[in-house]
Write a protein that binds this ligand. Sequence first.
Ligand SMILES: Cc1ncc(COP(=O)(O)O)c(C=O)c1O
Length: 442
Amino acid sequence: MNLPSKSESLYRRAQAVLPGGVSRNAVLRAPYPIYASHGQGCRVTDIEGVERLDVANNMASLIHGHAFAPIVEAVTAQLRHGSAWNMATEVEVEYAEAMTKRVRGFDRIRFVNSGTEAVLCALKAARAYTGRPKIAKVEGAYHGVYDYAEVSQTATPTDWGAPDHPASVPVCSGTPRGVLDDVIVIPFNDPARAVALLDQHADRLACVLIDPLPHRVGMIPASDEFVNAMHAWARRNDSLIVFDEVITFRVGFAGAQERYRVRPDLTALGKIIGGGFPVGALAGRADVMDVLNPLRQPLLFPHSGTFSANPVTMTAGLKAMRHFDQPTVDRLNALGDRVRRQIAEAIAAEQLPLSVTGAGSLFRIHPTMPAPANYREAFHTPAQAALKQRIVDAALERGVLLIESCSGALSTPMTESDIDELTDVLADSFRAARPQSEPIGA
Ligand SMILES: Cc1ncc(COP(=O)(O)O)c(C=O)c1O
């Protein structure tokens, strides 16, 4: 008789107490989630004792991989002093100084507890500053689970509407109609259509929310034309530009925004700036950030959070960012170029209908050819979704943990030989995932 594995037994217990047996949908996989035991550097070991190359890095949040010694030491020392108080701390000031020095345009910063909260606060700050109710966002872009920010994130061909008028599709059942009416959905990298849509709500729009490398939209960089057009539109219409750099801050020393001529008014941050601990932050122009200033009367945006800027996260985050200096960013991004180039070569060699996109230390493999240019093109048919899943599963069996969308985020402990190992496994996984009956079409 086959005994259940440790993971299978744990999952049975979990199903009795957690909805669907999980606390976050991202870890769910058939037939049951993998339960982690420990990690070191760029390797993670599950509770069955299987070690894998970790290219998921907790959804791109671990820039230095696992158990990075400087963070472990600093956080351990901090824990001996305590983990949170009803008092401010020196380390939050030190970290705020480091971040405002690091990024031109980060005049002020407020630390919060997640990327969702950072986006939520950015949108509320934009509304408070402009006195306007509506926000615009890119079709299909993921920005966390705030009602307004998540609109259209799961739109499908049956409900996404015409290309020049994308529908405001709710994600969560019960989303109020008012939320949908106050979110203007714009197509990615399509300045003409986007501006035409924004113009229809010009005097009601608080901000345009843009992820400069939106994962679910295809992980293609926002074009200069698109960003410039959105920025110019916002300037003409007294609106604001908010960047969501929760994932993309890793792409440059000062985030993905450093490569554009224009800068956002506000930026939402998260993931890597927590050094492995829960985090978010909102940073930007001093006059806009002043809506959060409790010394100001009237206070336009009262905001608090029990664990905001807690010293454990601040200590870990400060260490993580100090060790993510310009040479380290450059080295990691060169590994990113290498991985994307080698994946493209493997795809060409296998002659499969796949493509690869990404930038910096991020990549995404698509079960489509050519690479998608926007959310609608990145949307999978059932056959494409099945091909993607076979690749993710084959890679897992061969010792590589990818993000379930068939994406990856590199970490600084990785070397060229880790990248070569990764791309060898991926090439082998492409072969294993090859469909039995061609073609992978519509
Ligand atoms: C671009 C982007 N924004 C916001 C979020 C939400 O961050 P969190 O999961 O920390 O709430 C995510 C999370 O994956 C994200 O990728």
